[in-house]
Design a binder for this molecule. Structure first.
Ligand code: ZN
Length: 280
């Protein structure tokens, strides 16, 4: 870094990285980003710690808090919901644009709204458990990944940023398509929606409807059973590439009940939740 030759073109530039259990990778380089880091115990039995870092532009004012937010994300995921210790030794929130997840790194844009900073940090880091720890094919079964990355942080996002109500936000968005022509069954593989032609259907079937379904499932099963089933699903299928039926059957197994009457309308049919008088 001091010699200024890290990113200079050479005949050959070689960097070596080592990581276990990563199905994908990304890396970033900068000679002027700020870099904060802290760490947090994720497993009280083994005292295992995870390094939480943020690398960001000096002018990204919200990022000065991102390491602390990231620490709360890792604590929540490890100890509350899903309650599975964060599986990797590190996580770095890199200040790029938009939001995208990778093993041990997320790429997040900066925002002037704190609610957005909290939202994107939580959402992207939550992805860790699904395509990476479990090996879910998110290209095909996007709802088994995005749906959870939307739903799991619901409660903690508003705890960390009281002005933010993620449940109302997602219900409002889904209300625009629920029960209409473009509201398609969640089980239709995501690859069918390639390109942007059916974007409203893609958002509805991948993010909105499944996250609301998981939220209703939590209410339907009760807090204790829901947590037990989700934790079991994630742990049992670690690295085994579960498909939708593995999800349904694991929850049936833990609940000791055939939950088909819940799965069928929410995931296989064009069903949508009814609206009582007074709701929007
Ligand atoms: Zn996502």
């Amino acid at each position: 870094m001091k010699r200024g030759d890290v990113t200079v073109d050479g005949d050959k530039n070689t960097w070596r990285f080592k990581a276990k259990y990563v199905p994908d990778f990304a890396f970033a380089a900068s000679d002027h980003y700020l870099w904060d880091a802290t760490n947090v115990v994720v497993d009280s039995l083994t005292s295992r710690r995870v390094v939480v870092a943020a690398a960001y532009k000096r002018e990204s004012e919200d990022f000065y808090e991102v390491t602390e937010i990231g620490k709360k994300v890792i604590e929540y995921l490890s100890k509350e919901l899903p309650g599975v210790p964060f599986p990797y030794p590190e996580i770095t929130v890199f200040n790029g644009s938009g939001g995208m997840e990778y093993p041990m790194m997320v790429n997040d844009g900066s925002s002037s709204r704190r609610s957005s900073t909290v939202h994107v940090a939580f959402h992207e880091i939550t992805h860790t458990y699904f395509p990476f720890y479990m090996g879910i094919n998110e290209r095909k079964y996007g709802w088994m990944d995005e749906g959870w990355a939307v739903m799991i942080p619901f409660e903690i996002q508003s705890r960390l940023e009281p002005s933010y109500d993620p449940i109302t936000r997602i219900v409002d968005r889904y209300s625009n398509s629920a029960g209409r022509e473009l509201d398609v069954p969640v089980m239709i593989p995501r690859i069918v929606f390639s390109g942007n032609v059916y974007r409203p259907s893609l958002r509805g079937a991948t993010y909105q409807r499944p996250s609301i379904a998981y939220h209703f499932l939590r209410d339907f099963l009760g807090e204790k059973l829901f947590r037990k089933a989700l934790k079991e699903f994630i742990s049992r299928w670690n690295g085994k590439h579960p498909i939708p039926y593995d999800f349904f059957f694991t929850f049936n197994d833990v609940a000791k009940e055939d939950l088909g009457r819940f799965w069928k309308p929410w995931f296989f049919e064009p069903g949508y939740p009814g609206c009582q008088r007074g709701c929007r």
